[in-house]
Write a protein of this length. Structure first.
Length: 179
């Protein structure tokens, strides 16, 4: 499998991930593409080949539903519309972010950055994963650290740890578990 490749879909109102001819295709509404390319001109999600085959096998064995380590679809703001989280490069900038769909509560799409920095040029050392609404418990204190009311993005740093990114009343928050 190759990809993902971003395609502008004038008939779409929310993002959609398709598989066509052994390629992942991320279809985005026109307004989402405008917001994305205004903030990150020429952005491309990290291709599946950015991860070593061993890493991809490990990621899939841990979460068989994870098709792409650089694309996550979920309802991050609780408005019942699919949003997308992406990890990739725009020229000399690497970025991971949530791109929220427009809805009654958000008239135009919004981009919320989780990370921005140097582009990924070698094997990727992190990936994105979806976390559904649940209580997230701190592993050391065994107390509730975050009570997710919406989907969230788990930013996994391979063999090191993870950070949870979630929206709390429209504000992007993060939680990193205790070591």
């Amino acid at each position: 499998m190759s990809g993902p490749r971003i395609v502008v879909d004038s008939s779409a109102s929310v993002p959609r991930l398709d598989v066509t001819n052994d390629e992942y295709v991320l279809r985005l509404p026109v307004v989402m593409v405008r917001v994305l390319f205004t903030a990150l001109p020429g952005f491309t999600p990290l291709k599946l080949s950015a991860w070593t085959p061993a890493t991809v096998a490990k990621v899939v064995s841990q979460d068989p539903s994870l098709a792409l380590p650089s694309v996550v679809l979920g309802d991050f703001n609780g408005d019942s519309k699919l949003d997308v989280a992406l990890k990739g490069n725009s020229g000399q900038t690497g970025a991971s972010f949530m791109l929220l769909s427009s809805s009654d509560s958000i008239p135009t799409p919004r981009i919320l950055f989780m990370n921005r920095g140097k582009p990924t040029t070698g094997p990727a050392d992190s990936y994105l994963s979806l976390m559904h609404p649940q209580r997230v418990t701190d592993p050391l204190t065994l107390t509730t650290a975050v009570d997710l009311g919406t989907d969230a993005v788990q930013y996994v740093i391979i063999d090191k740890g993870w950070v949870l990114y979630y929206l709390d009343h429209g504000v992007l928050r993060d939680y990193a578990p205790s070591d």
